[in-house]
Write a new protein. Structure first.
Length: 334
C-alpha cells in the first residue's frame, strides 16, 4: 500500500506517544483546521494567479489566519483578567468621590488578587504575545467597566467576596463565570467583538475551545503556539494537497455536477469538495465517513442553505467510484 508524502508524517505521529503539554493543544479540532484551510483557499483564489501559482503565499495566509486566531484567544483571556483587576480601579474611583460613603471606602478588591488571575499573569508566553502583537489596544476600558459592574451585581460575585477563604477551584470558577456568563452571554459585547476584533466571527467557536483549555490549566497554555506539530502539519498538508491536486480533483468532481449548474456552484462548495476528495485519497488515518460529515457541517455553516445536501451528494458519489476503483486505502487506527 502506497501513501503520498502528504500523509506519511502525520501517520507516523498518530502512533507516537504524546507529552502532557500536547494534551491541551490537541483539543483544537480538525474541523477548526479545515475551516482555516477553506478560508485560506478562498482568499488565495482571489489572487492574480490563483492558489496554484501562489503556494508559498497560500501557506503564509494560512499561518496568518492561525496566528490571528491565537491573538483573539489571547485578547479574550486578557479581557477576563482585566475585568477581575478592575475591582482595584473601581475601589479607587469610589474612594475618590467628593463625599464617599462608608461602602465606597470599603470596596472589596480581593478578586484582583485572585490566585488564578495571578497565575495567568505570570505566564511568560502570555505576556510576550501581548507585548509582541500590541494586544492591549483591543481592550476597551468602557466595556471592562460595564462587565465589572454587571459582575458586581451578581449573586456569584457577592458569594465570592463575602467568603473568608477560597479553594483553588473556587478561585478558578469565579473567573470562568466572568467569561461564560458575563462575556459570552452578553450579546452586546459579542457584537462589539464582531465589529472591533478582527476574525472573531469566524473564530468564536475555536476561541471557546481554547478558553476551555485555559480553564483546565492556564499554566500549560503556550500563548505563542497552541497548535500541536501534528495539527499544524495536517493543516499545511491539506492545503498543499488541495492546491497540487486541483486538476485531478476537478476531474472527479465535474462529472458529478451534471444535475447542477456548474457556473452557479458556490466557490466555497467547490473548495470543500476538493478538500474532501484529498482527504479520501491522501489522508489514510481519517475515516471517509468523518470526512463527509465534517464537510457537510462546514458547508451548512459557511455556504448556502443547499450546500450541505450538495456536498453530501457529490462526495458520496465520488467515494463510491473511488471505492470501486480500489483507490481508497484507510488505516484502522484501532
Amino acid at each position: 500500500m502506497q501513501f503520498s508524502h502528504y500523509a506519511i508524517e502525520p501517520l507516523l505521529r498518530t502512533f507516537a506517544p504524546q507529552n502532557t503539554k500536547q494534551v491541551l493543544y490537541n483539543m483544537i479540532s480538525r474541523r477548526n483546521i479545515r475551516v482555516k484551510v477553506m478560508q485560506t483557499l478562498y482568499t488565495a483564489a482571489s489572487l492574480e494567479h490563483g492558489a496554484q501559482g501562489n503556494k508559498e503565499v497560500a501557506a503564509r495566509i494560512l499561518n496568518d489566519k492561525l496566528e490571528q486566531a491565537l491573538d483573539i484567544f489571547t485578547v479574550a483571556v486578557l479581557y477576563v483578567l482585566r475585568i477581575a483587576q478592575y475591582a482595584e480601579t473601581d475601589a479607587t474611583q469610589r474612594a475618590g468621590k467628593y463625599l464617599p460613603s462608608t461602602a465606597d471606602m470599603n470596596v472589596n478588591t480581593q478578586i484582583s488578587a485572585n490566585a488564578f488571575v495571578l497565575k495567568a499573569l505570570e505566564n511568560a508566553s502570555f505576556n510576550e504575545r501581548i507585548k509582541k502583537n500590541k494586544l492591549e489596544r483591543f481592550i476597551d476600558q468602557d466595556w471592562t467597566k460595564k462587565i465589572f459592574q454587571l459582575l458586581d451585581k451578581s449573586d456569584e460575585y457577592v458569594r465570592y467576596i463575602t467568603a473568608k477563604e477560597h479553594t483553588p477551584t473556587e478561585e478558578k470558577e469565579i473567573i470562568r463565570y466572568i467569561w461564560e456568563k458575563q462575556v459570552l452571554a452578553n450579546e452586546d459585547m459579542l457584537s462589539f467583538f464582531t465589529d472591533e476584533l478582527p476574525g472573531w466571527e469566524d473564530d468564536s467557536e475555536l476561541i471557546t475551545i481554547l478558553m476551555q483549555n485555559f480553564f483546565k490549566d492556564n499554566a500549560k497554555v503556550n500563548f505563542l503556539n497552541t497548535l500541536s506539530a501534528e495539527k499544524k502539519e495536517y493543516a499545511h498538508d491539506l492545503l498543499l494537497a488541495v492546491i497540487d491536486k486541483e486538476p485531478y480533483c476537478m476531474e472527479l468532481v465535474e462529472p458529478k455536477l451534471n444535475n447542477w449548474d456548474k457556473e452557479r456552484v458556490a466557490l466555497i462548495d467547490l473548495l470543500l469538495l476538493r478538500m474532501g476528495v484529498c482527504e479520501f485519497l491522501y489522508f489514510p488515518t481519517i475515516p471517509t465517513k468523518v470526512t463527509i460529515n465534517e464537510y457537510i457541517d462546514i458547508a451548512k455553516q459557511y455556504s448556502t442553505p443547499q450546500s450541505g445536501q450538495f456536498v453530501n451528494g457529490v462526495l458520496d458519489n465520488i467515494l463510491k467510484d473511488l471505492t470501486k476503483e480500489n483507490k481508497i486505502n484507510k488505516i484502522n487506527r484501532g
